[in-house]
Design a protein around this ligand. Structure first.
Ligand code: NAD
Ligand code: ISE
Length: 337
């Protein structure tokens, strides 16, 4: 029988996840939706045979026709919705960031720990991307020596003119590199610094764009992350790890390259939906499969919390201009692999 999913927040990614659950993946259906924008919820439900809308997230979570909850609302709403799903004993997939502050993530972890059962998967989809998976396999299986450096770039063509703040370049965008670095290196990040280069004239008023985030890992590896969210030309995510005897880098993602008239060209993805489409598919398929099997896999509340602790330090570094140490408590045994 299908896992009956209730979706909270049906904006860009909520609708994209509904499309994949109903048209691409197997073993899932969408039976209920909720959004603070009731008109939007109604329009989305109208395209989903048999699905209904709920006025509140709490009502959706309580619905007997909802086996599992997918939270794709704005970050500040995540804590209340994820904690409510945990209280109802329902598996919950929560889009990143798990919550905007480490304190809120800690409360989510506490709620999950209290149940004694893992229920939460966080939407760090890069862990499901074929390129990053091959990169990790190379690090783990091919003798390149100890990783020393990683160079990352995270470029978005644009962000909305209103509402997207410089802090969000860290909390909304860089949080992906924060998670993928923890996962690739298999160790924690211990310090963060932020540099603020010349600002592009294409950034919305008040936005410091680009930024360079520097992360230091526990073993002393250094990661530089260029964050440039008004890059105009396309969506471009890059990564290269430099080890003692070799390097491993993400390949260009264009399906083909064209050579003509003494020119060479390929395709640059339009946005994150385009670049990571297969990663989102794999991520949600594995979530549905795990829910059906009564298990929980993928990035945990602990991963969401650890990313938030690093985010807090990076935000402090941005505001003070100082290198900031990350103070991460010990991981609860409950979250050991
Ligand atoms: P969006 O603004 O397009 O959609 C958010 C929706 O949530 C809106 O329809 C809004 O009305 C609704 N909403 C807000 N507060 C709510 C509440 N309390 N209850 C119910 N609905 C509420 O934003 P988006 O781009 O779809 O982002 C949503 C979430 O997904 C964010 O956490 C974002 O960081 C994350 N996201 C993740 C990725 C990824 O690559 N994994 C990509 C984009 C967005
Ligand atoms: C967005 O919210 C995402 O999560 C995308 O993956 C990221 O690339 C983008 O910068 C964020 O705004």
């Amino acid at each position: 029988m299908d896992v009956r999913v209730g979706v909270i927040g049906v904006g860009m990614i909520g609708q994209d996840h509904i499309r994949r659950i109903t048209q691409v993946l197997t073993g899932g259906s969408v039976t209920a939706v909720n959004d603070v924008d009731a008109a939007r919820a109604g329009q989305v439900a109208a395209g989903l045979p048999g699905a209904h809308t709920h006025d509140t997230a709490a009502a959706l979570i309580a619905d007997d026709e909802v086996d599992a909850v997918l939270v794709a609302s704005w970050g500040p709403a995540h804590e209340e919705q994820v904690v409510a799903a945990i209280a109802a004993g329902k598996p919950v997939f929560c889009e990143k960031p798990l919550a905007p502050s480490s304190a809120a993530c800690q409360r989510i972890m506490d709620a999950e720990l209290a149940t004694g059962r893992r229920l939460v998967q966080v939407g760090f989809m890069r862990r499901y991307d074929a390129g990053y998976r091959a990169m990790k396999a190379t690090l783990d299986d091919v003798g390149l020596g100890a990783p020393l450096l990683m160079h990352c770039a995270h470029r978005n063509p644009s962000v909305p003119d209103y509402g997207f703040t410089t802090d969000m370049i860290i909390s909304d965008s860089a949080v992906h590199e924060i998670d993928i670095v923890r996962w690739l290196f298999g160790e924690e990040i211990v310090a963060a610094s932020v540099l603020t280069p010349r600002r592009t004239s294409h950034a919305p008023d008040g936005l410091q764009d680009p930024l360079i985030l520097l992360l230091e890992t526990a073993s002393g590896a250094l990661v530089d992350d260029e964050l440039f969210v008004s890059a105009r030309y396309g969506y471009d995510v890059r990564g290269e790890i430099v080890c003692e005897t070799g390097t491993v880098a993400l390949a260009d993602v264009s399906e083909v390259t064209v050579r003509t008239a003494n020119r060479y060209s390929g395709r640059v993805p339009v946005d994150w939906r385009d670049r990571f489409i297969r990663a989102y598919d794999t991520e949600l398929q594995e979530w549905l499969d795990a829910v059906a099997a009564g298990t929980c896999t993928g990035p945990t509340s602990w991963d969401g919390f650890a990313a938030a602790v690093v985010t807090d330090a990076a935000l402090e570094a941005l505001h003070t201009g100082q290198r900031t140490a990350v103070s991460l408590p010990e991981r609860p045994e409950f979250y050991a692999k």
